[in-house]
Design a protein around this ligand. Sequence first.
Ligand code: TTJ
Length: 638
Amino acid sequence: MAEKNYDASSISILEGLEAVRKRPGMYIGSVSTKGLNHLIYEIVDNAVDEHLAGHCNRIDVTLNRDGTVTIIDNGRGIPVGIHPKAGIPAVEVVFTVLHAGGKFGDGGYKISGGLHGVGASVVNALSEWLEVVIKVDGKVYKQRYERGHVMYPLKEIGTCRKNDTGTTVTFLPDSEIFEKIRFKADLIKSRLHETAYLNPGLTINYENKREGEEEKLVYHEEKGISAYVEALNEGKDKVHDVVYFKRMSDGIEVEAAFQFVDEFQENILGFCNNIYTQEGGTHLTGFKSKFTSVINQYARELGIIKEKDSNFTGTDVRNGMTAVIAVKHPEPRFEGQTKTKLDNQDAGRVTAEVTGEELVLYFDKNLDDLKKVIACAEKSAKIRKAEEKAKTNLLTKQKFSIDSNGKLANCESRNPEECEVFIVEGDSAGGSAKTARNRRTQAILPIRGKILNVEKATMDKVLGNAEIKTMITAFGCGFAEGYGNDFDITKLKYNKIIIMTDADVDGAHIATLLLTFFYRFMPELIHQGHVYIATPPLYKAIPKKGKEEYLYDDKALAKYRQKHEGSSFTLQRYKGLGEMDAQQLWETTLNPETRILKQVEIEDAMMASEVTSLLMGSDVPPRRAFIYEHAKDAELDI
Ligand code: TTJ
């Protein structure tokens, strides 16, 4: 990597931080837990940039007991010299000037300053306080900020060995900004693990020091994205060993790993410059279309597709595929709803070119693997052809069968904007909900037992499941996976889809399965924020004097006890939705004025899907381990 003489001069300056505090959502997406966790990623990404520049191989992330987080790297340390334009130390510019990301003219690829790189200054603006400590040139420097304001000029607080360099950042998210300021350890861990897979030279030390959650982990993945694919396929029936390639062309680096498993689904993750491209983009299109044409060409050469027969579709050839595609681009552009779709045409062209050449190199030498991959495509093609017929019948029939079996209690309004559908566990709760609801805008769809687990099921089973058929028809927009991709969100009949299950293990299980179904077949619903989880109360406190109060969890109960110490009250515990009468159900869970709804974010659904894979997978030992470890969480959290 070309080295430049680093001083503070190359940081670009734009504007101040007040705007960030006024409209935090514009900078970090939301002020929910997702946005909160984003603060950590933002700081970690800066350290990863230092790794990508070739100067850092260790990052420590510690969740402290007091609710703060500390991120340490062993990089060169943020420059402490005076920034010529700003007249203050460069580090102060980094933390107080909007958009002063690491524009040090280093060359190479950057995460920060790119899509997610809203900058350390945004984290600072949204923190009650933030402290940075820098070790450079044998000296230790420190500065503290509160809600973005400098508390004192950068000061020297000690000395260290000359070769001991790095940056330490500790911050406390601002409770005035965020709904909750408790970081979600599980989400952070999986993100850090992902970062380790994408950066094989990096070691990430994670530690949770919070009471009752103490945990220490080291993420170091020498085998990079190959190991990522292996992890994604853990516990599944592998068809062949992971295939891996990496090559640079036209200044764009393409890296890919894939492996087929004996399942009826594909799982392809794309990254550009370490950023997960949720909405896909040119790199994935390039990979997929080249994969399809290469496999079709081989299949023809091998006489598996005869001249008059039609080609395999893209879905056919990716049947059972797990893949990670990671490209590095000097100037990535992102588009789409959430700005996570790679837009650079050259990235698509180069990915296709590299993929084509590397696949032929591999399959020419590994005919057995090639034949197994083609066999996966053949299986898919067979089912596809059978289903293409079956599906038309099924869906046309279905339209008429729902009302007649009388399960969905629809609402009167046909204006989707104001309509909601509650998916309610159990017939008795469903009955109360039908009585209690606002008939004009609230529809009730009772579901019974456990709905089908779509992670395991094949398409025909999914489509044959009564509850799933009912939901597809009720929502009105079709479904996304499989062979037609005829999901159309504009046809959605309800603005809110609300999952309402008991606050127990079974309820959590049903909610998890529903989320898995939405994630796999209707991900748009979640992306666009249409899916919610109702939170019915656990208790009702009835005091001798004064107003009755619903309590939604044990914390609320503890608070209530504290507040009403000395006075007597009876406590009614709800075990399930079925125990509430219609009036209670309305007050606590249905009434938009008083209820508590939790909006489902895509990470929740992803986790649900992972949990489901684990719980439903055919391997017994990992399942045991998971249930054992999470038995405590199961009642509260999904
Ligand atoms: C930039 O070029 C001069 C030498 O230092 C380079 C740099 O910025 N290094 C750097 C920044 N290392 N680590 C950071 C960093 C680490 C954390 C945890 C947080 C932030 C905002 C920056």
